[in-house]
Write a protein that binds this ligand. Structure first.
Ligand code: JB2
Length: 209
């Protein structure tokens, strides 16, 4: 059996678990979440305990994915569980198209119908959500979340921990800083700095985060 420990038993955890099962690389899922013991099952899979229980599970579940949407927390937990000795595989849905020249770090999830084109580079813990497209030569830092239905043209870079909101479009060669948020449905035609919220068509920086 290929066992996968999923950290986070919320909405994102469910989608990550089903993506893992669909990939056929995993056939046995268990969750950890600090909601334990009030919650004990998600879908049909057991919630075994809280995050502090992970240390005792490294032999039974050597592979782990952090499935918590908040970018900063997800990155923090990736570091914590890496240093405990867990492996952090990438979880890729079979309907996603990932070019063989794409470079993937660890702990990345890629959901149904996402497309990632030639020579893009994705940092650890990125979420590439449902039906989003990332064209050639894009660079995403660690912990970036590309929400459902985003279209990113070629040569875009997005800094660590930033979130690109649902349905946004980003033209080619744009640079978006770290820890920024691009609001849903934005059209990004000029660069966006670090730690700002930006939205609209054309997207404009609205203030610091
Ligand atoms: O600060 C925290 C914390 N915040 C949330 N510390 C610890 N230890 N655990 C935390 N959690 C845990 O993450 C909660 O116990 C919760 O069960 C789990 C998931 O968080 P939440 O239910 O808030 O959302 P999510 O991460 O599953 O989903 C969000 O991100 C996805 C990418 C939502 O915005 C979804 O709509 C989105 N698709």
């Amino acid at each position: 059996m290929n066992q996968l420990l999923v950290i986070g038993a919320g909405g994102h955890g469910k989608v990550v678990a089903e993506t893992a099962l669909a990939s056929s690389e995993w056939d046995n899922i268990a969750f950890l979440d600090d909601a334990f013991p009030s919650q004990k099952v998600l879908l049909s899979w057991p919630l075994l305990g809280t995050l502090d229980d992970a240390g005792g599970l490294t032999e039974e579940y050597p592979n782990l994915v952090v499935a918590i949407g908040r970018n900063s927390l997800r990155l923090q937990l990736i570091n914590r569980f890496s240093s405990l000795g867990f492996k952090l595989p990438n979880i890729i849905h079979p309907t996603a198209l990932v070019s063989p020249s794409v470079k993937l770090e660890k702990g990345i999830v890629i959901f149904p119908k996402a497309v990632i084109n030639a020579e893009s580079h994705l940092g650890s813990g990125c979420i590439i959500n449902t039906s989003s497209t990332i064209d050639h030569d894009c660079t995403l830092g660690d912990g970036v979340h590309v929400c459902p239905g985003v279209n990113m043209a070629g040569g875009v870079s997005v800094g660590e921990g930033s979130l690109i909101g649902t349905g946004s479009s980003i033209i080619q060669q744009i640079q978006i800083g770290s820890n920024s948020v691009v609001g849903a449905g934005s059209v990004v035609v000029s660069d966006i700095g670090d730690s700002v919220t930006a939205f609209g068509n054309p997207a404009r920086e609205q203030g610091n985060r």
